[in-house]
Ligand binder design. Sequence first.
Ligand code: ATP
Length: 442
Amino acid sequence: MENDKLSKIVSLCKRRGFIFPGSEIYGGLSSVWDYGPLGARLKKRIKDVWWDTYVEGRDDIVALDSSIIMQEGVFKASGHLEGFSDWLVDCPGCKKRFRVDKLEKKNGHEYNCPECGETIDTDKNKPRQFNLMLKTNMSATEDEPYYAYLRPETAQGIFVNFINVLNTTNKKLPLGIAQIGKAFRNEVTTGSFVFRMKEFEQMEIEYFVNPNEATSCYKTWVQERFNFYVDRIGLCKGSLRLREHEKTELAHYAKACTDIEFKFPFGWSELEGIANRGDFDLSEHARVSKKDLMYFDSEKKEKFTPYVIEPSAGVDRTFFAVISDAYCEEEVQGKTRVVLKIKPELAPYRVAVLPLLKNRPELVELAKNIFCDIKKRIPAIYNDTGAIGKLYRRQDEIGTPFCVTVDVESLNDGCVTVRERDSMRQERVTKERVLDFIEKNS
Ligand code: ATP
C-alpha cells in the first residue's frame, strides 16, 4: 500500500506538472529531477515560508547567497575531500549497488538485499568507499586542469564568509547566517524520488554562539524546527518524530545531533538534521586558510572561536513530505476523489476561477474580470477547458483550496459560488466579497 502511495505520488507529480525526470527526452539522468510549472510554485512557497520566518522574522539572523563552485582548500579544511564518502556494496544476486549503512542487517556481516532478497555477505562482497563530491575543471586549457568542487552543502559558503558578515553587519553573537541554495552529491543509491538526488536544494542556518550557550541553544533549535514543520508547513504531528543520534553515530566533530524524521511512503527517514558542530568548522578553516576567524566579545573582553548550531533542511525532502502528507483518496458518489490537502499558504494556486459555460461570452468576460482582480492579491488560475466536474477534480489534485465558479445567475445577482477543497462545501458570495471570504477561510 505504501509503495503504492509512492508510485501514485510520482505519477501525480508527472501528470500534473509538479516534477519531471531530469533530461527526460534523452532517456533521463539518474537521481536528477526537474520541477514543472506547479512544482516550481510549491517549492518557492516552501522557501518563502522558511525565509520569512528566519530572515525577515528575526533580528539575530542575516542572509547570504554564496557561490556553488568552491575552491579545493575549502573542502580540504571541511574534511569533505578525505572523509565525505559512503561504503558501498554490490548485491551478488541483482548486481545493484547499495549503501551498507542503509541495509537491513541479517546477522554478523550479512545483510538482506532490499531489491531481490539475496543475502549480501560483506566478507565475500567487500564494501568499497566512494567519495560523494562532484568535481569540475575550471581551467582554460585541457592539459593544465584546475579543479574546483560543487558544494555538497550550503554550509561551507557560510563558514568561509563568517568574518565578512561580521565585519559588514556590525552584529553581535548570537548570530545566525541563513542561506538557501543548491548542493550536489554524487549519490549512488537511487529510486527514492526527490528524497535522494544528486542535485538538490538546502535551507541552512549556521547559528554562531558563545560555547557556553551552545547546548541550550541546540535544544531550542530542535524544538523550533519541529514546530516549524507543524505550524508553518502544515505537516501532521503524527508524521514527524525526533531521533537523537547515538554517540557512536555522531560525526567525529559533532557534539550532538538530532534528526527530524518524516514518515515517507517508504518509511521513517531524515527530513532535517540539527547539529551542534562545536567549533570544528571555524577552527579548521582558520587552520587551513591561516586567517583569524575568532570572535571578540567587546563587552566581556574575551576572544573565542564560536560554536555553531546548524539546522540543515532539504527543500526537496520538505516538498516530498508536503505532497505525501497531503495526498488523500476519498470515495465520493462511487468515484475516487484524489485531493492534495496542502496548507493554503503553500498551494501552487490559492484559488481557481472557473466559468460554468465557456460558450457564453458575457459569462467568460465576467469570470476573467473576477480572475484579474483576485490575481492582484493572491495566486490564482483561470480555467475554462472542461466541464465543471472535471475542472474541480483537476484543482483538487493540485491542491487549490478554493474554486470560484461563475454561472448564468452571476450575471444577474453579481454572486459567485465558492467551493472549498477539503469539505467541498459551496457558498454563494457577492463577487466583491470573494477575496475577503477566501482570506478569512484560509
Ligand atoms: P542522509 O543520511 O539521508 O544521506 P545526510 O545526513 O547526509 O542525509 P545532511 O548532510 O544532514 O544529510 O543534509 C541536510 C539535509 O539536506 C538533509 O536532512 C536533507 O533534507 C537534505 N539532503 C541531503 N542529501 C540530500 C539528497 N541527496 N537529496 C535531497 N536532499 C538531501
